[in-house]
Ligand binder design. Structure first.
Ligand SMILES: Cc1cc2nc3c(=O)[nH]c(=O)nc-3n(C[C@H](O)[C@H](O)[C@H](O)COP(=O)(O)O)c2cc1C
Ligand code: SF4
Length: 518
């Protein structure tokens, strides 16, 4: 691109600080990777200090890479199934912590193209129904969609049905949805609605399934949330790697607009740039405001002080996607879909050593064995270890295959359900290697804001690598000190929960940690 064309492009870019990530993404797509010169030019155009824009550019992994770069996933499931061999065969490829396509592991992407092409295991389900793919808004309406927008229930009824359902947030933290909606409604307007579609937790693919197969369902649920919160503006913060989800959502939002269903409200996508921590809700808000995605100190919570300092309702894609079925059929109906005393269903991302990796809607309270045998075609190898719900949820031995996947069911294992990303590892894959890969992920993705997380994850990763070599410079009491310091003094869930897999592995495979001493 010539100097003149660049000047024209720059002059077209909006100047509000909230558009910084968008502008950087656009220049990257139209001109190329963000060089220091491009960064300065954008800073000058937007009247932001040059140093601040450099900080943002260097924080996000993708802004300095070409759009058609080859990315190879080396997340735990891909690592186990040959991701590193793939990386070695692709000169110039970039290693990525998780590409969100664990059902196709090992995964490589070339620009927006996924290799191999996505093959969805179809599966129905009473609340979200991934067995159907809505091509158009008419398909969605023909399957009973849009009724709630035509006759929205009252705010009181919405809160009461969500509470009766017992729906909890499916982004990983599990906060009750009814309480969050009620809390936002109590705050003064203007309010915002933000959909968390960053889905960066290794093993988690469920939100992508919702957005690719049933984008209209998510748009309707988001519009319901916006009407409920009387929000004029709503945003979907989407991870950059989800190209298909992006085009499906853009088309769906356009259809709602053409049908007059946006009601004059603004619903837009914000595209991320390769930072796992941006999925943490307060870091996500920082990112939307044009800064590095670093978590905020809480309280105040986003429901009180969120986007641009205003009360903000933030929900995960899947949490929202359950709400239309709850409002149509009643909270009691939805609660009754659960098993072993748990309420409702959720989407389980199942990957690794199973016959049919994929995303399955099944009751809360199900066990890994039931999920794999009943939905994912059975185990494909002798099981060595199971990760029940994403990197920070824990690493469990095969005896946990029969534990109900609930907070209580996993408590005795010292683990959690997290984002319900069930990853099954064969007995041939060492739990120590799994732990080392997990800690490498946390060390690389820590935003570096607080010391225990910044140094602790690196130190623990280093311990794992040494143990893999049969060495151990650090003693067990020092490891325990780090774990405690991280849990007690980190400011966000990343540093608070990354000790969980370490504690699990030390408990279930003590022989692997013997070199650390007592
Ligand atoms: C390190 C970290 C990463 C997170 N990543 C995501 C994510 O990718 N998607 C998501 O919905 N929630 C993620 N969360 C949870 C959010 O902070 C927040 O709890 C969630 O968006 C709230 O929506 P929910 O109540 O519907 O789950 C993450 C949390 C942490 C600590
Ligand atoms: S715990 Fe880690 S990721 Fe979270 S704010 Fe602190 S340094 Fe950043």
């Amino acid at each position: 691109m010539g100097v003149l064309q660049l000047a024209t492009l720059l002059s077209e870019l909006p100047r509000e600080r909230t558009r910084l990530l968008d502008n950087l993404g656009r220049v990257r797509r139209d001109v190329g990777p963000i060089t220091p010169e491009l960064s300065d030019a954008i800073a000058d155009h937007m009247s932001i200090r040059r140093g601040e824009v450099h900080e943002v550019v260097s924080f996000y992994s993708f802004l300095q890479l070409p759009v058609d770069v080859v990315r190879v996933c080396t997340g735990p499931v891909c690592d186990c199934l040959g991701g590193r061999d793939l990386l070695a065969r692709e000169p110039g490829a970039v290693e990525v912590a998780c590409l969100g396509h664990c059902d196709l592991a090992p995964v490589l992407t070339r620009g927006d193209e996924i290799v191999p092409a996505v093959t969805h295991a179809t599966n129905d389900g009473p609340a979200i129904g991934l067995g159907q793919r809505d091509e158009t808004i008419d398909d969605y309406a023909a399957r009973g969609g849009l009724e709630l927008l035509r006759e929205p229930p009252s705010a009181e009824r919405i809160v009461s049905e969500l509470k009766t359902a017992g729906l909890t947030g499916y982004g990983g933290a599990g906060f009750p949805a009814g309480l969050k909606w009620e809390a936002v409604a109590r705050e003064p307007s203007p309010r915002y609605v933000v959909v968390n579609a960053d889905e960066g937790e290794p093993g988690t693919i469920k939100d992508r399934y919702v957005m690719e197969l049933r984008p209209h369902l998510l748009v309707e649920a988001t519009l319901l949330a916006m009407r409920f919160a009387e929000a004029e503006e709503g945003y979907v913060y989407l991870r950059e790697e989800y190209a298909t989800a992006r085009s499906r959502l853009e088309t769906a939002i356009g259809e709602f607009r053409d049908a007059g269903l946006l009601d004059g409200r603004r619903l837009e996508l914000v595209i991320g740039a390769g930072a796992y921590i941006a999925g943490e809700e307060s870091a996500l808000l920082e990112s939307m405001e044009g800064r590095r995605a670093m978590p905020r100190l809480r309280p105040p919570f986003p429901a009180q002080v969120g986007y641009l300092g205003r009360p903000t309702l933030i929900n995960n894609v899947e949490t929202l996607a359950h709400i239309p079925a709850i409002l149509e059929n009643g909270g009691e109906w939805w609660a009754g879909l659960g098993t072993r005393g748990a309420s409702g269903t959720r989407l389980w991302s199942v990957s690794g050593a199973v016959a049919h990796p994929g995303c399955y809607e099944a009751p809360n309270g199900i066990t890994v064995r039931e999920l794999v045998d009943g939905h994912a075609g059975g185990f494909a190898a002798e099981v060595g270890a199971v990760v029940p719900g994403g990197a920070a949820s824990g690493i469990l031995p095969p005896t946990a295959l029969d534990a109900p996947l609930t907070r209580d069911g996993l408590a005795e294992y010292g683990a959690g359900v997290g984002s319900a990303a069930v990853q099954v590892f064969p007995a041939t894959y060492s739990p120590l290697r799994l732990l080392a890969e997990t800690m490498r992920f946390f060390a690389e993705e820590s935003c570096q804001k607080c010391t225990p997380c910044r140094i602790g994850n690196r130190a623990l990763h280093h311990v794992c690598v040494e143990l893999e070599r049969g060495e151990a410079a650090m003693r067990r009491d020092k490891v325990d000190e780090w774990l405690l310091a991280m849990e007690k003094t980190s400011i966000c869930g990343l540093g608070q929960a990354s000790p969980v897999p370490v504690r699990n592995a030390m408990r279930w495979w003590p022989e692997l940690f013997a070199p650390l001493g007592g």
